[in-house]
Design a protein around this ligand. Structure first.
Ligand code: C5P
Length: 236
């Protein structure tokens, strides 16, 4: 049963670029048509808080894909430093452990209302079961994802990032209110590119995704506005 979020609000467009003018132009054109934009390490390292402010000035809610992973005090301080940007959503790595996640949660709770959603990355989808073995984590990866999602929930965070193929298992383990943020989304009419474990927007939402992170199917389209509208229609 899909959560009650407006179809357009589910879509977060990944601004994976070091071209600030392109990022601002996309944000201007997509404002009101999608739920927001996601800025990750590439954008944040290149443009920092000023870049985020320029994009959010277009009226776009912002998902700061910071993926913090450090000692609890440092992560909590970094979250506090991000709060003036008033992100809609911010993330950390669940593998940083309970103390780190709880410190991040406490920092987020200091935000003015509405506070950002605090989301954890479980297992990077780029890691195979063999990679997990090499870093001392026992596979299969889906078991690790579910275990880390449960830990995330018990630390009081709002949800996790997961691949389309993990939606059903995490939803079942963590219940209806835990937010699932899902990249690897491809409409039938878009190229898969380097994404391997893909699903259409409709399939992902029907399985229980709350927010969809979509990059190239929108940003790489000849007409990004038309592509965003088409995806929203498919979700309606
Ligand atoms: O262009 P595309 O739709 O593949 O972009 C997906 C976005 O989601 C990128 O910013 C990518 O870094 C991010 N992401 C992902 N898979 C993950 C975590 C994040 O594709 N497991």
């Amino acid at each position: 049963m899909p959560s009650q979020i407006k179809p357009t609000d589910r879509i977060f467009v990944a601004l994976d670029t070091t071209d600030i003018e392109l990022a601002v132009s996309l944000a201007q054109h997509l404002a009101g048509l999608v739920g927001g934009v996601k800025m990750g390490k590439e954008f944040l390292t290149a443009f920092g808080p000023d870049g985020v402010r320029r994009v959010s000035a277009c009226g776009m809610p912002v998902f700061l894909d910071t993926k913090f992973h450090d000692i609890p005090n440092t992560v909590a301080s970094a979250i506090r430093a991000a709060l003036p940007l008033q992100p809609f959503m911010i993330n950390i790595h669940a593998s940083g452990g309970r103390a780190m996640m709880e410190a991040a949660r406490d920092a987020v709770l200091e935000a003015e209302s509405p506070r950002p959603l605090l989301i954890a990355v479980t297992v990077l989808t780029s890691l195979s079961d063999q990679d997990l073995d090499e870093i001392g984590l026992k596979g299969p990866s889906q078991d690790r994802v579910v275990a880390l999602a449960k830990l995330t929930q018990s630390c009081g965070l709002d949800g996790v990032v997961c691949s389309p193929l993990e939606i059903a298992a995490v939803r079942q383990a963590c219940g209806p209110d835990f937010k699932l943020v899902v990249p690897g989304i491809r409409p039938t009419w878009a190229a898969a590119g380097d994404q391997k474990r893909i699903m259409t927007p409709r399939q992902a939402v029907d399985l229980g995704a709350d927010y969809l992170v979509i990059g190239r199917p929108i940003t790489g389209a000849d007409d990004p506005v038309a592509a965003a509208k088409k995806i929203a229609e498919e979700l309606a």
